[in-house]
Structure formats: C-alpha cells, structure tokens
Design a protein around this ligand. Structure first.
Ligand code: SAM
Length: 193
C-alpha cells in the first residue's frame, strides 16, 4: 500500500500538482468527462489546490474556477478566484456576484478527523449537505455535482437527497483513493428541472 501512496505522491510532484488527490478527480474526469472547456466550476475544499489547477487547465481562459477553503491557495492560475473562508459562510447570492453562471460544483472537503469514525462521518455529511445545498441553488438543469463523503450510516440518506435533485447518482471509488480510506465520491449528473 505504501508503494501506491509513494507512486501517486511522486507523480503529483513530478507533474507540478500540490497534492496526490488530483488523480482522484483525473480518474473521474477520464471516465465521465464531467468538466468541459469554457465552464464555471465551484471547487469546495480546494486547498492546497490540485483539483483547482487541474480544473482550471481543462476549462481554459473562457471559464473560471471559484476555489473555496479555510486556507487560501497560493499562486492560483489566472482563471481562478480564491475565497479563503468557511463553506458554511458561503451564500449563493455572494457567489452569483462573482459569476452569474455555474456549471459544476465539486467538493473534496474533509473535516479535521478525530479518529472516531461515527463523528468524522457525521461531520463529513454536514459538509456534503452544505455542498449539495449550494449545488441545488446554483446549478442549471443538466448541471453536475461531485462530492466526497466519508462512508457511514447516513450516506444512503445523503444519496437519496441527491437523487431528489439529480437524475443520475453514482458512488465512485477511484483507484488512487486508498483502499483503507472510508472516502467515496458521489457523482450526480443531470440536475433535474
Ligand atoms: C482533502 S483536502 C482538499 C484537497 C484539494 N481538493 C486538492 O486537490 O488540493 C480537504 C480540504 O477541505 C477543507 N475544509 C474542511 N472544512 C471546510 C470548511 N468548513 N470550509 C471550507 N473548507 C473546508 C480543508 O481545509 C482541506 O483543505
């Protein structure tokens, strides 16, 4: 397992990404083609910035990424707006002042872990629910929402909340996500009317 960690860690260094987590998004992108040129992306839990950098490259200069985290990203690409703030203080209205259009909402947010699985799961679900509320308020019909969650007993309820708003909801565990990690990604496509 250590070997795999080293592989993605070194690969990220070599390819100029600040974290190995970029390969989770890259795998999902290569399988489902969720991010397209010219789009506007909301990236929640963006620090240290590998998803942001990857998404910014895919959308190109006609699009934009709003990168939100408790910690600010350093030296972001030119098409990125960095918001150093708690997601729970974000409002759809505040984001609409930056861009009137949002095509996709990503959340790789993770709570500071306590080592207690049930507590960490519930905190992760709280972050995911806030991300879903923002996606619900901001995305047009057909929009996409991708969200990391720590697995646990409330995941099924969260998946159902997603299904109320999106016509397709899949659970995805990328190869680059450590097998022993409880994280899983909920990929929601086709926001309902
Ligand atoms: C796994 S890291 C994200 C890695 C990032 N996607 C990348 O590829 O570089 C999870 C992030 O969630 C952020 N986070 C946790 N709680 C948050 C909150 N309430 N508001 C904003 N960001 C939060 C953490 O600060 C942390 O940087």
């Amino acid at each position: 397992m250590k070997k795999i960690q080293d592989y993605y860690f070194k690969k990220a260094k070599r390819e100029g990404f600040p974290a190995r987590s970029v390969y989770k998004l890259k795998e999902i992108q290569e399988r489902f083609h969720i991010i397209k040129r010219g789009q506007w992306v909301l990236d929640l839990g963006a620090f240290p910035g590998s998803w942001t950098k990857y998404a910014a490259g895919l959308i190109g200069p006609q699009g934009g990424v709003i990168a939100v985290d408790l910690k600010g990203i350093k030296n972001p690409p030119g098409n990125v707006v960095v918001l150093e703030q708690d997601v729970f203080t974000l409002t759809p209205e505040g984001l609409e002042e930056i861009t009137p259009r949002m095509d996709i909402v990503l959340s790789d947010m993770a709570p500071a872990t306590t080592g207690r699985k049930d507590v960490d799961h519930l905190r992760s679900i709280a972050l995911a629910e806030k991300a879903l509320d923002l996606a619900d308020a901001l995305l047009p019909v057909g929009g996409t929402f991708l969200c990391k969650v720590f697995q646990g007993e409330d995941l099924d309820q969260f998946r159902k909340s997603c299904l109320d708003r999106f016509s397709s909801v899949r659970l995805v565990k990328p190869k680059s996500s450590r097998k022993e990690s409880v994280e899983i990604f909920v990929l929601c496509s086709n926001r309902r009317a």
